[in-house]
Design a protein around this ligand. Structure first.
Ligand SMILES: Cc1ncc(COP(=O)(O)O)c(C=O)c1O
Length: 360
């Protein structure tokens, strides 16, 4: 069998390992940028009532018309822009790649960044170009990025705003320079929009190659798998052609529509997360030897004393606290851990354990 696999599976796919999600049962889960707050009971009861109307024997609305209307209203999507729904924004990244992929076509992103830009580009047969951010504060290295764009002529450029896993928000003027220099599409990925006050949504239409991508995952609906892409209608119409029919299932359509119509409940939760982020950052800053990077997302990147990240990660795991170990993920992330902002008591437990593991 191995010889057939070697003959048929592309070498770049064989070289990969499948996306690994650690077993998290019984853990304080601070690894995946989820909203930790449960839904209030009365809210949950009302939601369950709306599910009564669902007909699981029927295919869902292929366009998700009601959900699109709810999103447009809740997210202030400019009415002249097109809107495309995906099974998570991961699926939108896949659709974008499938729309433009051809031998030699390139996808460019700044690094360290969200790994799926590179992975999905690779799945679609595109070449990937990573441009390092500036080491001291993870800001964009504008001359290097513009030079790479000029040299590589990428079909797709991704800028996460704020960035994962670094948590910072790039300079908007730098982003504009990149949009103006890019020969292809620039996708501003606003996955962490609920945790910052800045957005490119209002600038859509100023440039023909700008798209804004978002997800409902981080605002509290990660289990539903829903992402959305907004941009000039001619672009959205082309990308819609590679979308699989019925890509957003009926339970997601109904549940997300319900949640978006009651967005105040989720807004209250994301505001609490923002307030907790401040407390967590201050507490981290008080632990000698740990450097916390400023964040406009729902997580904080920390650099640990040299040589300790792996053992601290393991020590937290022993205490049933799961975070993301980024040591080894990228040269600029040596000794780094990423901590999702959790409930106040979860953050307190994390801080106590970290202080103990570093200095205990
Ligand atoms: C920058 C960024 N974009 C997109 C995603 C994917 O989100 P979704 O859950 O919608 O697939 C993530 C998830 O971590 C992310 O960090």
């Amino acid at each position: 069998m191995n010889d057939i696999i070697e003959r048929l599976v592309r070498p770049e796919i064989r070289a990969l390992r499948a996306y690994h999600v650690p077993e998290a049962g019984g853990f304080v889960k601070l690894d995946a940028m989820e909203n930790p707050y449960a839904w209030p009971e009365d809210f949950k009861a009302e939601w369950l009532e709306t599910l009564r109307a669902v007909e699981p024997n029927r295919y869902p609305d292929p366009q998700g018309t009601e959900l699109q209307q709810a999103l447009r209203a809740a997210m202030e999507i400019p009415h002249e822009m097109g809107l495309l729904l995906g099974n998570g924004s991961d699926e939108l990244i896949q659709m974008l790649a499938m729309t433009v992929a051809a031998p030699g076509r390139k996808v460019l992103a700044v690094e360290p960044g969200f790994v799926m830009y590179r992975m999905i580009g690779l799945f679609a047969g595109m070449d990937y170009v990573g441009v390092p951010l500036q080491a001291e504060d993870f800001s964009i290295d504008l001359p290097a990025t513009l030079e790479a764009i000029e040299r590589e002529q990428p079909a797709l450029v991704y800028l996460a705003y704020p960035n994962n896993p670094t948590g910072n928000r790039f300079d908007a003027d730098d982003m504009v320079r990149i949009i103006e220099a890019a020969p292809g599409l620039v996708i501003v990925d606003e996955a962490y929009a609920p945790f910052t006050d800045s957005s490119f949504m209002g600038l859509l239409g100023d440039w023909p190659n700008l798209l804004v991508m978002r997800t409902v995952s981080k605002m509290g609906l990660a289990g539903l798998r829903l992402g959305y892409l907004v941009g000039p209608r001619p672009w959205i119409e082309e990308i819609d052609k590679v979308r699989l029919p019925y890509n957003v299932n009926v339970l997601t359509q109904v549940s997300a529509t319900f949640a978006l119509r009651h967005k105040a409940v989720l807004d209250e939760q994301t505001h609490s997360i923002r307030a907790e982020r401040v407390h967590l950052f201050e507490a981290l800053a008080r632990i000698p030897g740990i450097h916390a990077y400023p964040s406009e997302a729902n997580f904080i990147l920390v650099r640990m004393p040299a040589g300790t990240a792996d053992s601290v990660f393991a020590g937290l795991k022993e205490r049933r606290i799961l975070i993301k170990n980024l040591n080894g993920a990228h040269p600029m992330l040596a000794n780094c851990l990423r901590l999702t902002v959790g409930l106040p008591q979860e953050n307190a437990a994390l801080i106590e354990a970290l202080a103990d593991l570093v200095h205990g």
